[in-house]
Structure formats: C-alpha cells, structure tokens
Write a protein that binds this ligand. Structure first.
Ligand SMILES: [Zn+2]
Length: 458
C-alpha cells in the first residue's frame, strides 16, 4: 500500500540528526559451543573475587556496549510488511502499513523521516520527548527502524532495537507521544580456555574453542610485548578467562577477556582487565603496569599473516636484520600497516628505492620508517595515533616480493625495534594498587591453576 506523502514542514531548527559512522566490529558470534569450552564451563569454579555468573542490569551496558553495535547482524528481525488494525489489536478496520527502513551509511534520521513523508517537527518532538526516546538518535547504519503508519501516512508507532537487550517503542496516538522500553535479561558467564601452539596461534585458538576474533582480542592484549608475526614459536602457550554474553538464557556472543597469560619462548606475560574508574578499563600486568606501551612490537595487522600461518613461518626465513638496518615482515599485499606509536608524519612519498614510504616522528627522538607500501594512508604533517593505519603492505620500490620494511631510529641511530629497551609504562597509582591486587590475584591464580591441572593430567 502506497504511503501518501505529507507536506514537509520546513523548520529552521530541524537540523539533520546525523548518524555517526559505525564502529562496527566484525564479531563472529559463533553459536556453536565447542566441547572443550563446555567441559571448561562445567569445571569452572566460582571465583572468590567475582561470581561466575554476573547478572547485569539491562541498562548497565558498560560490559557489552562495544560489542553490541550491529544488532541486526546478530538477531534476525522478522518482517511484518502489512498489519491490519485487527491483527495489531488496535481500533477499527482501517489498515496500517509497516515499513522497515535499514539505515544506510551517511543517512540521517532527518532524511529518513523526510523519505517516509514525516515531518521534521515530529522527529524533533520524538528525539526530545524523554530519556528513552533519545536512544533513537543513536541509531547506526545497519540498524532497522520499524515504522507503523496509517493509510494516510501518519505515524502510529516506531520501533527500534536500541541494543541487543533493549527495544524502544514510540507510540504516536493522535499527536500524543508515549514510549515503551522492552528489555531482555542479560547474563554474563565467565569461561576459561587454554592452549598450546603447535603450528599456528589461530589453530591453537580454535582447538581451545575460541573464535578468531577472540584470538585477536587475546593477541592484542600482548601486542606491545610480543611480535605475533615473527616471534611466535611452537610450544608457546596461553590461557584466558573471558565473558560470554547470554540473552534470556541463550548464548549471544563473546564478551571481553578478563585475564590472560601468554608464554612466548619461555617468557610468561600476564594481564588483567581492570577499571580504575567505571568505564575506564585497560589491561595491566600483575605488578600494576599498563600493558599498553609507547610502541607496538609488530606494526601491522598480524591477523592477515597469522591466519595463513605455516610451520615455515615459525622459523621465519625473512627475519633478517640486514645491512639496511630494518626488519622485513613478509605479508600479503594490502595488509594494514599501523603507526607503531603516537607521532606526526615527517614524510610520506614515493621514490624508486623505497617505493611508497611513510616516516613518523615520535616523542623522545624516535623515528619509525615504513617502506614498500602498495598505498599510503596518511599525508605529511598529519598527526597519527598508535595503531592507526598509515598504509598497506605492497611491493613498490626495490624489492623482490611483498613485504613491510620497518626501521626504528633512536636519536639518529638505527636500533633493532624488537630488542631496543624502551621506558616502561607507568604503574597504577599507589592508592589504587590494593584494589587492583584484591581483584587481580584470584584471577591470575585461577589462570595458573588451569595450567597446573593440565600438566597433572598429562
Ligand atoms: Zn627490507
């Protein structure tokens, strides 16, 4: 049934309610629970510091917010294109029309309302009606908006899945607004897993029941200490305790890692997720020092490399500190290359030796150089943040194959970026340390116990 277009009232206050670009993470919400994880759940003891099932208030989203972004990918929304008055239990025999709009990148709520023949003043009225209706403004590309309209094109109801656990329903009854917030129960369960690397990190992760995105989460925690491209060896081991999010008792997705350890070539690293203030969480080592440091060990997205890991790579043939004093990372063309630390782009250009190159100036007299890009992603003079993509692996310039050539220069002297000693990160303030230790000690003990049990079993 066609929707009659309504005259659009021009309102100078009706600014476009812009829809932000999505911070959509690709989360593989695997619905299968591998046997191993089940076994681990079964054997998981209640931790002293935290109970193993933490019921979270529906509006306390701090735990899961970053993961619950593209709701439409996780839960199929049934489409009910046409609904009669009788069916919807509303008045009369007149028909309602339900239209589902999937928000596209760059679209605004204001534009969507215009397309639907609805006025900007109605949008503003809804957006400012109450705290619940404000959630509509946070709509993101990929989200669905369900409009229920009269045959005359007037809005009767607007539904929007504000998060995995909340559905907002705005009723518009003869210009009288009311809202409803339907919430679902959310439970966080803690799961532990461990593994030993034989051929690849991702392979070991899979064997331990972890999704690839969980393996990446794990590796990212240690990416300031371990070079996951060149330093991973057979026999390296990991263990972790992480969250699984359940909705109304059913597994929805993985949450964050609460504690993890990684043993790389005999050196054990441990990290615990800790919030100094609510919502301000980060990973800290057992001594309270931040895991995050001034420079990443390997300035590129290792998932591109590690996912196609082969035993040869465990004994890297390309790992050579050559006369040209850099490190070469063999990687597929197009692998994102990151700024190893915060700084400013000194140079970004092309020549026949370096191909496409970027040099970054960091504080304390440190310069990093990146050569042979297929494409540069930054310009000279630009500020860059650690982990920001500055270009893509390529084979431009004097090269025999696709790789990233990386140099680390300290006060004009070339250093091996993987062995140069850098200032340690700051520890947590003394005042916070007792809280941190109370929280982290049982978690880390649990991680060590997991390892010991495994040794005993073998
Ligand atoms: Zn090189």
């Amino acid at each position: 049934m066609p929707i009659k277009s309504q005259a659009i009232r021009k309102n100078s206050q009706a600014k476009a309610l812009s829809i932000g670009y999505p911070q959509i993470k690709n989360i593989t919400a695997s619905m299968t629970t591998p046997k191993k994880v089940l076994a681990v759940i079964a054997s998981l003891f209640v931790l002293y510091a935290i109970s193993d099932i933490v019921s979270v208030d529906a509006d306390a989203h701090s735990n899961t917010e970053e993961l619950v972004l593209n709701q439409s990918q996780l839960i199929p929304i049934p489409s009910t294109p046409l609904m009669s008055f009788a069916e919807s239990g509303l008045v009369g025999s007149e028909q309602f029309v339900e239209k589902i709009v999937t928000v596209k990148k760059g679209q605004t709520l204001s534009g969507i309302f215009t397309d639907m023949g609805l006025s900007q003043s109605l949008l503003l009225k809804i957006a400012h009606f109450n705290e619940d209706s404000k959630k509509l403004v946070k709509v993101m590309p990929g989200n669905d908006l369900h409009f229920t309209m009269t045959a005359e094109g007037d809005l009767v109801q607007l539904r929007y899945q504000a998060s995995a656990f909340e559905e907002l329903i705005v009723h518009n009854d003869m210009e009288q607004l009311s809202t409803e917030l339907v919430t679902h129960d959310q439970q966080i369960r803690l799961v532990s897993a461990e593994g030993t690397i034989e051929n690849s990190l991702f392979g070991a992760g899979k064997a331990a029941g972890l999704t690839d995105s969980m393996v990446m989460q794990l590796a990212n925690i240690f990416s300031w200490d371990i070079d996951f491209v060149l330093e991973i060896r057979s026999g390296d081991a990991f263990s972790l305790i992480y969250e699984q999010v359940y909705k109304d008792g059913e597994y929805l997705m993985d949450g964050k890692i609460l504690a993890a350890s990684f043993t790389n070539q005999g050196t054990k690293y441990e990290a615990v997720y800790f919030e100094q203030d609510e919502g301000d969480g980060a990973y800290y080592a057992a001594d309270g020092r931040a895991m995050k440091k001034a420079f990443l060990r390997a300035p590129l997205n290792f998932s591109y490399i590690s996912s196609s890991f082969n035993p040869k790579r465990l004994h890297p043939v390309t790992k050579r500190v050559k006369a040209h004093r850099g490190i070469d990372y063999s990687a597929p063309v197009g692998t994102p290359v990151y700024a190893a630390g915060n700084g400013r782009v000194m140079q970004a250009g092309y020549n026949k030796f370096n191909g496409n190159y970027v040099f970054v100036q960091h504080p304390n007299g440190i310069v990093t150089k990146y050569l042979h890009f297929s494409k540069r992603a930054v310009k000279k003079g630009q500020k860059v943040k650690q982990g920001q993509t500055i270009g893509y692996v390529g084979a431009t310039g004097m090269v025999t194959g696709a790789h990233l050539h990386y140099e680390f220069i300290y006060n004009g002297v070339h250093r091996n970026p993987r062995t140069v000693s850098l200032p340690k990160s700051k520890p947590l303030p003394d005042a916070v340390m007792p809280d941190f230790l109370t929280y982290s000690t049982p978690l880390l003990m649990r991680l060590s116990d997991m390892k010991e049990q495994i040794v005993v079993q073998n």
